[in-house]
Design a protein around this ligand. Structure first.
Ligand code: ADP
Ligand code: ZN
Ligand code: ZN
Length: 745
């Protein structure tokens, strides 16, 4: 029995940093554990207040006589606070780290909203009048106003923030529209009080396949089948329509819906579909919200003022009174994994929450994660498919270009002849093209341009990366090999690190087509919050013929005038030094192939690669997920990677390189000593792929086991070592746990 408890008082968030110590009276000791809600004397006059026990201990750094006793244990209420507390405790248990970090993750910062943060734009005129206005505007000079009016045709009320950020409408444009009597701007406070539902205004009729899918999913739930549903639907098959249908059913029952969409796909078009159908009981969470706005949404959700929350992974923590459905769109996306402690995966947390709250969980994708398809195969998930594009739209034609042949023919540029001729065609026809390189997991791999050979680690089956010491390194196990001078396969001297950058691609395009308007979108051109939307809007408005960028241009946008998509260097992601390389490439190429020709004109996709026979490339070209899965799962089985094995990365960080390496080595040794033989596999320690970032050194250990529980025990040993060292003053090395890592460390 522990004698002392750290208590967070009354869930006052600004005090999260300081749990307070209390003595546990003997008669209460049996009832108190982490997460227990207790009454404690606090503040002036020792007023009795409630709080949560966040930690128990046998000693405190505090004079005994100053400590106060816990007064009582509160009757367990199923209030929101204890649910949230449970979630935090579950997060800590599942992903390691401290309870405080887990609590910070699931709770927003308590902050009052500033009045001006919520304003709405309301349409003042009828649809007919607005349509006339649009016809009288000049499409070139008034593109922004036309965008605004079109949006208002679909929904009569729009949040001002969304109009400004997502639709790129300036204050000046709004002022003109207001002066002309088209719109009114209103503080949302005025009508915040709950009122009649406006939803159900704009229902679409599902086609037969969509209707059946929605029906089966609903029947499963009605029949008591609690398993998550994997909705596998090819791009353009109408998954979003199915989601909205399911949501409408849940809302009609008086329950709420959480919809996760990767931030990058939270486009105006997508949000509009929800606003148009469900009115203003929809709230959007995104990273640009202020703390005040975030907290306000949280409170509205708590009070039952919202039916639907849409947002990236953190929207999962919305405290609805009665969540009926959780939807994760594009469930394969890497952004659902947190990169900060606790490094949770939204899919896993959603499974926990759905189970706890009796909600149905829907995972949707055209290119499901290997984990989800594997679970569907095993019967842990219900599989539901959508196999046809809505309206019979055809999938684009896909051409795979063998870049080795280009080299043989003397073409050393970024562009194959096949791609160039198609770009030229688009320019003459006044259609648009999108060209991208998939810089995933940072390049650095070494390959042969004559035969396509790639240097991989003999132990880990991942690409090795070129290092400053002139050697090839494996960042999983630390193996080093000399850099080959000639290709070991074909003897060619064309073997080197693979390089391609968006800037050089843009330059080459401009020199080939001087009159053509090119937009570039990559990390450099999207430094400010608004850049991303601005570039996309400009491209959508026809301000450029070609959009060049990284993979970020591929995700979730509909450009009806784009009829050509080019993947310039499929190899960059195929050879990322990570076991997900093939999966990421398949997803990206298949999504890219689904992009072109979304309008009425048919589209074409060109994939340039040195490995045209790679199964990820071939399957993506055919949009054949099952074919890809069969090959990839065989590789994972052979190389012992997830989803067949569980994996844990122990990530050590320190400003002191030696201390970092030493700590990792000690942890590895302790794990080897304490775990029974054969229980797990330990790989490394080795410097991370990014061995040093902002003067912090990074060393990793990878653990693999059949059971996650074994990894949890090993994590406990590593965390124990951290505590011992910290107690002895060795605080310079920190440790982060990453279960089933998704992001490259
Ligand atoms: P996915 O999410 O599967 O790629 P979407 O839900 O975005 O597909 O649908 C693709 C396009 O087809 C969208 O423009 C959508 O509005 C349209 N669409 C799909 N189903 C319907 C339907 N039943 N009625 C009207 N339009 C539909
Ligand atoms: Zn070769
Ligand atoms: Zn290796």
């Amino acid at each position: 029995m522990k004698k002392y408890a750290s208590v967070i008082v009354d869930i006052a968030l600004e005090k999260l940093d300081h749990p307070f110590s209390y003595r546990i009276p003997e008669e209460l000791q049996a009832q108190i554990e982490e997460g227990t809600e207790v009454m404690i004397p606090f503040g002036k006059g020792d007023k009795a207040r409630s709080g949560f026990v966040v930690a128990l201990s046998d000693r405190v750094d505090f004079p005994e006589e100053k400590l106060k006793d816990i007064l009582s244990v509160k009757e367990r209420s199923v209030g929101i606070e204890s649910r949230t507390m449970q979630l935090a405790i579950w997060m800590r248990k599942s992903y390691g780290g401290t309870l405080i970090t887990a609590m910070r993750t699931v709770l927003p910062v308590r902050k009052k909203i500033r009045e001006k943060e919520y304003r709405s734009i309301l349409r003042e005129v009828g649809a007919e009048r607005l349509t006339q206005e649009i016809q009288h505007l000049n499409p070139l000079r008034h593109a922004a106003r036309i965008r605004l009016y079109r949006a208002l045709l679909e929904a009569e009320r729009l949040p001002e923030s969304m109009v400004k950020e997502k639709l790129q409408i300036s204050g000046a444009v709004l002022a003109t529209a207001k002066k002309d009597g088209i719109i009114r701007i209103e503080s949302e406070r005025l009508y915040r009080a709950p009122r009649a539902r406006e939803g159900g205004r704009k229902e679409t009729e599902l086609n037969e396949e969509q209707r059946q899918a929605a029906e089966r999913i609903r029947m499963a739930r009605a029949g008591g089948d609690r398993r998550p549903v994997l909705l596998y639907g090819i791009t353009g098959s109408g998954k979003t329509e199915v989601y909205m249908e399911l949501i409408a059913g849940v809302v009609a029952e008086g329950k709420q819906a959480i919809v996760l969409i990767p931030e990058i796909a939270l486009t105006f078009q997508t949000l509009m579909r929800f606003y148009a159908r469900f009115g203003d009981r929809v709230a959007v969470m995104h990273s640009r919200l202020s703390d005040g706005e975030r907290y306000d949404q949280y409170e509205r959700a708590l009070k039952g003022e919202l039916d639907i929350v849409i947002g990236p992974r953190s929207a999962l923590f919305t405290p609805f009174p009665s969540t009926g459905i959780i939807i994760i769109d594009e469930e394969h996306e890497g952004s659902y994994k947190s990169e900060k402690m606790p490094k949770y995966h939204a899919r896993e947390v959603a499974e926990y929450l759905a189970e706890r709250d009796g909600a149905q969980l829907i995972l949707g994708s055209a290119t499901p994660s290997l984990e989800s398809w594997y679970k569907a195969q095993k019967g842990e998930y219900i599989l539901q498919s959508l196999t046809a594009r809505y309206g019979g739209a055809k999938l684009p034609e896909v051409h795979i270009v063998d870049m080795r042949e280009e080299l043989k023919a003397g073409n050393r540029s970024f562009f194959s002849r096949a791609l160039l001729s198609r770009i030229t065609e688009r320019i003459t026809r006044g259609e648009q093209s999108m060209l991208f390189i998939n810089r995933r997991g940072v390049a650095g791999f070494v390959s042969c341009r004559s035969c396509g050979y790639v240097a991989t680690c003999p132990h880990c089956s991942v690409s090795m990366t070129e290092h400053r010491d002139g050697m090839l390194h494996c960042h999983y196990c630390g193996t080093k090999l000399p850099m080959p001078k000639r290709c070991p396969e074909c003897g060619s001297a064309y073997i080197a690190g693979f390089r391609a950058g968006t800037e050089r691609i843009e330059e080459e395009l401009k020199s080939r087509y001087p009159a053509v308007r090119v937009l570039r979108m990559d990390a450099d051109t999207t430094k400010n919050k608004e850049d991303y939307e601005r570039i996309l809007s400009a491209f959508a408005d026809g301000e450029a013929d070609i959009l060049v960028g990284t993979q970020m241009i591929v995700k979730g946008h509909d450009f009806p005038n784009v009829t050509l998509v080019g993947a310039l260097a499929a190899d960059m992601s195929l050879n990322a030094s990570d076991f997900h390389a093939a999966e990421r490439s398949f997803q990206l190429l298949a999504q890219a192939a689904g992009r072109a020709g979304r309008g009425i004109r048919p589209g074409e996709t060109v994939i340039q690669t040195y490995q045209p026979e790679h199964y990820a490339v071939c399957a993506a070209a055919k949009q054949d997920y099952p074919a890809f899965y069969d090959q990839e799962i065989a590789f994972r089985e052979l190389a012992e990677y997830p989803p067949l094995w569980s994996m844990l990365a122990l990530q050590y960080y320190s400003g002191d390189e030696r201390a970092c390496t030493e700590r990792a080595a000690q942890a590895a040794q302790r794990i080897r000593e304490c775990m029974e033989d054969g229980a797990l596999e330990l790989i490394g320690p080795a410097p991370a792929l990014i061995g040093k970032l902002k003067d912090v050194f990074r060393v990793g250990i990878y653990l693999k086991a059949k059971e996650k529980s074994i990894l949890r025990r090993a994590a406990g040993l590593a965390e124990g070592l951290q505590e011992e060292k910290a107690a002895a003053g060795g605080r310079e090395v920190s440790l982060q746990l990453d279960y089933d890592p998704v992001n490259t460390f």
